[in-house]
Ligand binder design. Sequence first.
Ligand SMILES: [Zn+2]
Length: 303
Amino acid sequence: MGAFDPGPFPGPSPSIARVEVPVETRAPGGTTNAHAAGGLLVDPAARTDALDAAVGVADADSDRDGGTPEIDAIAVTHAHPDHVGAVAEYADLTGAPVFAHADHVDRFAAATGVEPDGTFRGGDRVGDTGVRAVETPGHAPDHVAFAVESAGGSDEGDRGVAADAARELLCGDLAVAEGSVVVGAPEGDLREYLDSLDCVRAAGYDRLYPGHGPVIDDPEGVCDRLIDHRLERERTVLAAVEDGASDVESVVDAAYERDLTGVADLARATVVAHLEALLAEGRIGREWGDRIGGERADGTPKE
Ligand SMILES: [Zn+2]
């Protein structure tokens, strides 16, 4: 019996609105989760009625003076196409200021079509919201998560988010409840990704709210699983090289047993990201620099 006891409900219900929105760009499962929490709208990937309701925007028929938008700021976890689609529209509808990572303003503006009204760095509160940014690069260079301060616990700490002040993290594409996150060249950086997972695991959040798929109730277990998955893939890639693979194609063939129809480009990008990490650490020969060099010259330069 005890094994099934869910235990005491952990404090007041988090005031996090999670809205699954369909997106037209490639996205895991075809949807992205937008969130509204602590006055911050995160990842408005597309406009929907449910998201309108979550942010207090009156329907399109009535005039917007009737509604009182319930958000104080808009931001994204990262500027990939499946996270940014309706930033401009919701900025317009709500009048809320838009915030971007201070080091990635141009990238943000290019992806959203919006010049940010303000910026943040890891540890900063985003505008006047009850939410702080947490640096979590790896999946993308500009990737951040947002830690939601629990109601009543919004002390003005000056450094990052203490684990006891924030129990919930809007984690974007850092983690997913099932399966794994793409960390591929040229955008992805495996070592940064593993470090980010490590930090989030150590912070001891109660729940993670990912950009795709269901809420994660076991952050530590999921972070462990994702880290293990990466290290396992790395061992496979390294073994393929040691077994004589001499180009990216043959490493991909060795590293993936399943049919890659439809995801071959992602598999290849993933393998290249692993090879980049191994090369940077001197664990594979320098000749791999040339073999994977072309991957960076495909028009999407590594930042
Ligand atoms: Zn992404």
